[in-house]
Design a protein around this ligand. Structure first.
Ligand code: AMP
Ligand code: MG
Length: 344
């Protein structure tokens, strides 16, 4: 709900943000001047296979209490100091989103303070702007569940290109699991593939699918797995070739959006932003267009509560609140369907 009459601005507001769209449960606390006081994340690591939504949601319910306490302790504030509660309202996995939303509603009701449902993808862009200082970028947001190229035009973040099937991070994760790699706390599968890819020498030709401004990664993934199973190439060469093809596709789409919009900044965010080879490719095309390349620091690029808290501040100070009876989660909430009254 947008109340355009009301624009609140004070330096002393504290927003607690809850992130729970997929495998991460995060709680962040942000001040209205942009200071981040806490950013605690607990990640669910499946024993086997990909993220099981109900198992991840159970994990989130189990860690919610300690994560909240940790964030309040780190921020050195009491619950009564909070001005507003924000939560990831979508897009994401239903059971995971609902767990975070329930915690947020409970807190807001108990503390008798406003609740704000935040678009998760927009939060990635806004924290990126806050942390890098960019103001009007073309953003490549590439994570475990999302791959899209967006930019602000005509009052909204518009999607210029996106994956037609699986997300870039998911593509890497599925390949990694097929290759027998194990996800670890400090070494996500995408990072393990990056390490192996650095030792690759021979580029294997794999499917490269860009359709208009969109891209498709599932054929590439299947072909890379098939190559692996045939055993004609080393794992290092296959990782290298998978990365080269997938990253070239997202880079091509980003470059086209940059050429079309004539923006002067590119922002890379999402968990896959940590990848040095992806950064290198994007930087090269960005600079060819005389634009400035920026990458979000890793702890704010992966899913986190601070970005939800910061976007909650932006929304609240521009009159957005979410009444409890409108706070149902939106599993497929696109960026171009979300109001962003804080941008002119
Ligand atoms: P997120 O969905 O934003 O929490 O990010 C998680 C995704 O980022 C997973 O798919 C990871 O495999 C991927 N990821 C993390 N580090 C890297 C890296 N260095 N290179 C590529 N992908 C990565
Ligand atoms: Mg995640």
């Amino acid at each position: 709900m947008v109340n355009t009459q009301k624009t609140l601005l004070t330096d002393n507001m504290y927003c607690l943000g809850i992130e729970s769209t997929a495998d991460d449960f995060g709680v962040g606390i942000t001040k209205s001047n942009g200071e981040i006081l806490a950013n605690t994340v607990e990640s669910y690591i499946p024993i086997e296979g990909g993220i099981h939504p109900r198992e991840a949601a159970r994990h989130h319910a189990e860690v919610a209490n300690k994560t909240l306490f940790q964030a309040l302790t780190d921020a050195k504030i009491k619950p009564k100091d909070l001005t507003v509660i924000a939560f990831s309202m979508g897009p994401g996995l239903g059971p995971c989103l609902r767990t975070g939303a329930t915690v947020a509603r409970t807190l807001a009701a108990y503390l008798q303070i406003p609740l704000i449902g935040v678009n998760h993808s927009i939060a990635h862009i806004e924290i990126g702007k806050l942390k890098t200082g960019v103001t009007d970028p073309v953003t490549l947001y590439a994570s475990g569940g999302n791959t899209m190229v967006t930019a602000f035009e005509f009052k909204r973040y518009r999607v210029f290109g996106e994956t037609l099937d699986i997300a870039l991070g998911n593509c890497l994760d599925v390949f990694g699991r097929q290759a027998g790699l194990k996800s670890q706390k400090n070494l996500p599968l995408g990072a393990a593939i990056e390490q192996l890819a650095r030792k690759g020498e021979t580029l294997i030709t794999l499917p490269y699918v860009v359709k208009g401004m969109d891209l498709s990664l599932s054929g590439l993934l299947t072909a890379a797995i098939t190559q692996l199973q045939k055993g004609n190439h080393t794992l290092e060469d296959t990782c290298y070739s998978l990365q080269e093809h997938a990253f070239a596709m997202v880079t091509e789409v980003t470059e086209r959006a940059l050429a079309h919009t004539e923006k002067k900044e590119v922002l890379l965010t999402g968990g896959v932003a940590a990848n040095k080879r992806l950064q290198e490719m994007l930087r090269a095309v960005t600079e060819e267009h005389d634009a400035k390349f920026n990458v979000v620091p890793q702890k704010f690029a992966t899913d986190n509560g601070a970005m939800i808290a910061w976007t909650g501040i932006l929304a609240y100070t521009h009159g957005i609140v979410t009444p409890v009876d409108e706070s149902y989660v939106k599993l497929r909430w696109r960026v171009d369907r979300a109001d962003v009254p804080w941008i002119n």
